[in-house]
Design a protein around this ligand. Sequence first.
Ligand code: ATP
Ligand code: MG
Length: 425
Amino acid sequence: MRQSDLFTKTTKTISAEEKSVNASLLIRAGFVDKLAAGIYTFLPLGLRVLNKIENIIREEINEAGGQEILMPALHPKENWQKTGRWESFDALFKLKGGDKKEYALGATHEEILVPLAKKHISSYKDLPRYIYQIQTKFRDEVRAKSGLLRGRQFLMKDLYSFHADEKDLNSYYEKIKDAYWKIFERAGIKDKTYLTLASGGTFSKYSHEFQTVTSAGEDTIYICEKCRLAVNKEILKDENPVYPVRNRISNGVCPECQNEKFKVEKAIEVGNIFKLGAKYSAPFGLKFIDNAGKERAVIMGCYGIGLDRLMGTVVETNNDENGIIWPKSIAPYQAHLLLLAPQEREIREKADLIYNTLLKSDIEVLYDDRNLSAGIKLKDSDLIGIPLRLVISGKTRENIEVKERKRKEAKLLGLGEVIEMITNG
Ligand code: ATP
Ligand code: MG
């Protein structure tokens, strides 16, 4: 992509109200535009990142047996009344249609998927099933001031599993834990992410959150320095008689490995997995006939990851005073080619040739061919944060000055070496 054709420009001026680091950087660099608190447009650069995150998630969930569908965002009130959540789900957006009927904007999809599953699951032969979507959710968040970390409209991968019994749910739950670790590893945040005990397990002792440590986080977690298990401070409000976490934490002992060293950190929940049991299958009467001919309730699990939140989290945890530092796996482009002497015909021709050769080698490259000063281009490049910068100037002659965004030092390489370096990762 030639930057002279790019729809967006970087900007220095951004509203003083914008306190969040991820939103400031993403808006300034031209990845997203803020329409209102918690409502964002994804611009060409931002959409490329979001699509890469989506692909990573889709690959790993497909690998774990997921079957993808796409459910509507507009939900009839009756579905939400069935589970009692029309009243109890605080952040539910509600609206009236011209037909005088009431609707909700989907905040989650148990209320839609469970009655749908009833049309296709009736026997033990129909189980297990793993159904997911990557789709827009709406939540009337009052605290929408953390940029992409807390949207009022956001993308979620929500997966729901259907099982004949608890044992089958338990083994799938572990499989999804592994899939989540792969997703967070590929997105570049695994090292800072902790499996965290949290409330909300209606069927099990706890639910599990994947919490990434960042000062922008809204949760407080206790992290065991030995076994890496973390505990969300909020769960500590009520003691669990089966697995007494509060007691042990307040005595300074890890509930899992009995180690006595903890760190307390701010963190953001990037994913959450739950064992639901029959919580949603019961109100909709989702049952199956087991292999002994007996009717039983279908047992469920649900598993969410916020895509925009993941993107915001990566920015919060990968930046410096000059801008974003994207991990290779989700960067909008693999390389940022900068032509620093655009008026000099010979140098421009050389840069054009390099650009075309990179494209032919299937390398995703953003080419700053604009008639702007070297200072502006270098600053913009740091702000946008593509992992590899390739500079062509009067000084580089037959070579290319190559610098990784995360390093200070640059080196001169030939085009062949650059292509090899990028394609071999
Ligand atoms: P939080 O406690 O942060 O409000 P939650 O526990 O209500 O989140 P879940 O219902 O567990 O969220 O949703 C599953 C996932 O969706 C979360 O782990 C998170 O990644 C993402 N998510 C939830 N709410 C938002 C939001 N307002 N903006 C962006 N992502 C969100
Ligand atoms: Mg949650």
